[in-house]
Design a protein around this ligand. Structure first.
Ligand SMILES: NC(=O)c1ccc[n+]([C@@H]2O[C@H](COP(=O)([O-])OP(=O)(O)OC[C@H]3O[C@@H](n4cnc5c(N)ncnc54)[C@H](OP(=O)(O)O)[C@@H]3O)[C@@H](O)[C@H]2O)c1
Length: 341
């Protein structure tokens, strides 16, 4: 089969589009023919060697797969060739962890395509228990745009942020893949959502995702704008995928007793926390990584019901994966970039 392979860590040009051995289905496994595979910012970090240094090369990454069952391994009875499926974007890779709940707290839980081969290929091998039926009726590129960001958004916004109807919520980077998913989930839960963007041309994208207030942070200080919007009180919840560069202003925009949920670091890994403000202002600071299978299914159910819209910016042929990674690095992306094998 054809695959986008890396033989070492490197820049976007490190991919080689080449022939590799097609995987066979072992007991309890499926082979899925990849219809489309979404790219996440995580893939860029993984490709650079910034997440793990112990990948076995050659490696094929890619977490977000929509496709059809091509082969069924022994002892799998619920799936058949031709079934449309979506692969779980993260699961415990050690079967010994399959009883740990929630799954994203299992020791071997990881993003799909990290230490196992992912979906940047014509076929992917996956444990049958970690796929769901694709009953969305959407084209594969739309489905493949959403698994990882929806798993993340449901966990961060609903479970950890405990966003409720009427809450004021600030979501960072509202035109990004994860940002748009979080804006949509917060809005679906009945919240009033403010978000940030770094350019005028991203404002429309963020407001179509459901944000009531879209702040171009190049022109306005977002914390002050959010404080004005909430009559000086601050938001109930901040959902942050940017990290260091906005940390202090995020807490400034958060109300007394509010909850701050972080799951990203595009704007830097380090931040300064004023301990005095932390306890005086009684903030809850929460870290979020991916989500459980149940949270993921809930998000994908909303996609199937049309309550959440897929946010595809562009598709690229799998053979142009280097260009697709460079496009994401350019920061011009609005939503998701998806590869078609
Ligand atoms: N922990 C988890 O479970 C999880 C899940 C999904 C994503 N993430 C993390 O969340 C972050 C965003 O992911 P994503 O896939 O949504 O990314 P993305 O679609 O590539 O968007 C990132 C956006 O962040 C904004 N940004 C702000 N400061 C930036 C900077 N210094 N450099 C680059 N971009 C900057 C940019 O929007 P503007 O131009 O509008 O500022 C950019 O478009 C990443 O750190 C990713 O690893 C974590």
């Amino acid at each position: 089969m054809k695959a986008a392979v890396i033989h070492r860590f490197g820049k976007a040009d490190v991919f080689q589009y080449e022939d590799v051995q097609q995987p066979g289905a072992g007991a309890g496994e499926l082979i899925v023919r990849v219809g489309a595979c979404g790219i996440n910012r995580y893939d860029l970090y993984l490709r650079m060697g910034a997440v793990f240094t112990d990948l076995a090369f050659p490696h094929v990454m890619g977490a977000d797969v929509a496709g059809t069952v091509a082969a069924v391994g022994e002892s799998v009875s619920e799936w058949h060739e031709g079934d449309r499926v979506i692969v779980t974007p993260g699961y415990p890779i050690d079967p010994a962890d399959w009883t740990v709940m929630p799954e994203n707290q299992a020791p071997s839980f990881e993003v799909t395509g990290t230490h196992t081969w992912g979906g940047n290929a014509e076929y992917i091998r996956v444990p049958a228990r970690f796929v769901i039926r694709d009953n969305t009726g959407l084209p594969p590129e739309e489905v493949a745009a959403m698994p990882l960001v929806l798993m993340t958004a449901v966990h961060a916004v609903e479970t950890l942020g405990q966003v409720r109807a009427g809450n004021h919520v600030l979501v960072q980077a509202g035109a990004s893949g994860s940002g748009q998913a979080c804006v949509q989930v917060a809005k679906l839960l009945g919240a009033r959502v403010a978000t940030t963007v770094g350019s005028i041309d991203k404002m429309e994208t963020a407001s179509s995702a459901g944000a009531e207030l879209v702040i171009n942070y190049k022109e306005q200080n977002f914390a002050e704008t959010v404080l004005d919007w909430t009559d000086g009180v601050g938001v109930d919840v901040v959902i942050d995928n940017v990290g260091g560069s906005v940390f202090e202003d995020n807490l400034r925009a958060l109300r007394l007793g509010g909850t701050f949920v972080n799951f990203g670091l595009v704007g830097g890994m380090k931040a300064t926390l004023n301990i005095r403000d932390l306890f005086f202002r009684q903030h809850h600071l929460v870290g979020s990584f991916m989500g459980s299978l149940a949270e993921w299914k809930r998000g994908m159910g909303w996609l199937a019901e049309g309550k959440i819209k897929a946010c595809v910016d562009r598709t690229f042929p799998l053979s142009d994966i280097s260009e697709a990674h460079r496009y994401i690095e350019s920061r011009a992306v609005r939503g998701k970039v998806v590869l078609i094998p």
